[in-house]
Design a protein around this ligand. Structure first.
Ligand SMILES: [Zn+2]
Length: 288
């Protein structure tokens, strides 16, 4: 068997170098968690990016936090409410239910940005209202078409702060939230034409932004979950593109572990020196 099972020494770089990725230049604003309103990490019910939703692949534009009906929802940073509304069934936003969008321009961010809070039971703020970090803006609910459990779906967007919602603007919410970093467990395994990477992120630290593979004689393969580079630009909810297949396992809510498998199909036969780089939302790089 040609199975090669490798776990290499981990080298961590700090992110000041510039390898063309703009994640590093982004703000380091840190807010409070939207459900607890604290710097203690809220427990996730679904991570950002690739996920398995009832056996179906889906690119999740935000994070989900479960809580009982009526639990307060907090603005994570100072801002101004730019949308506060109930999406009507049959409209393009029908799954949002009662939702709030808060602009953070010029407050804690150097660029246009906004945060989005979906499925609220009650909305407690109005458009134009200034809100403070931690201020209660609504209550947990399950409003929205086909939303079956009480939870907050929370998104962070860049590029626009007027309430306009474009899914390509969504970025990893952990860029704005406090959490304890941990290095994921990574293994990789070459089997004929498949390079199989298993990544386990754990302990609330589900902060993976980019996976890249470098091998001699081959173009660098980049899969970026924030800028969506390397994903299908026509259809974000497809898990296969350009010989790369993304297979998220079911998210384990109990231990907060998230196992993501990536399979890259290329002619690997003659290639031996393969290096992988993982980039987190803070721009910290780990080489495996
Ligand atoms: Zn969600």
């Amino acid at each position: 068997m040609k199975n090669i099972f490798i776990i290499l020494t981990i080298i961590i770089f700090n992110s000041c170098d510039n390898d063309g990725n703009d994640i590093n230049e982004k703000a380091k604003a840190t807010g409070v968690w939207p459900v607890s309103g604290t710097i203690m990490t809220d427990r996730l019910a679904a991570p950002f990016g690739p996920r398995r939703l009832n056996t179906i692949y889906d690119f999740h534009r935000g994070i989900d936090i479960k809580a009982p009906l009526g639990t307060p929802v907090h603005s994570i940073l100072d801002g101004i409410v730019v949308r506060s509304e109930s999406a009507l069934p049959g409209s393009s936003l029908e799954r949002f239910g009662n939702f709030v969008v808060i602009s953070h321009e010029g407050i804690n961010e150097p660029e246009l940005s906004q945060t989005i809070y979906l499925h609220l039971n009650e909305i407690l703020v109005e458009v134009g209202e200034k809100v403070k970090m931690g201020q209660i803006i609504g209550e947990i609910g399950k409003s929205g078409v086909n939303i079956n459990t009480e939870h907050l779906h929370f998104e962070y967007h860049i590029g626009s702060n007027n309430g306009e919602i474009k899914s390509e603007n969504s970025r990893h919410p952990l860029r704005l939230l406090p959490y304890e970093k941990s290095i994921p467990d990574v293994t990789y395994n070459k089997v004929d034409n498949n390079f199989i990477i298993d990544i386990i992120q754990k302990h609330h630290s589900i902060d993976l932004a980019e996976v890249s593979i470098l091998a001699e004689g081959m173009d660098k393969i980049i899969i970026n979950f924030e800028t969506k580079l390397g994903l299908n630009p026509e259809y974000l909810d497809s898990n296969t593109f350009n010989g790369v297949t993304i297979l998220p396992m079911n998210f384990n809510e109990t231990d907060q572990h998230f196992h993501l498998q990536i399979i890259v199909e290329r002619n690997w036969n003659s290639i031996e020196n393969i290096q992988m780089e993982l980039l987190d939302v803070n721009g910290d790089k780990t080489i495996f």
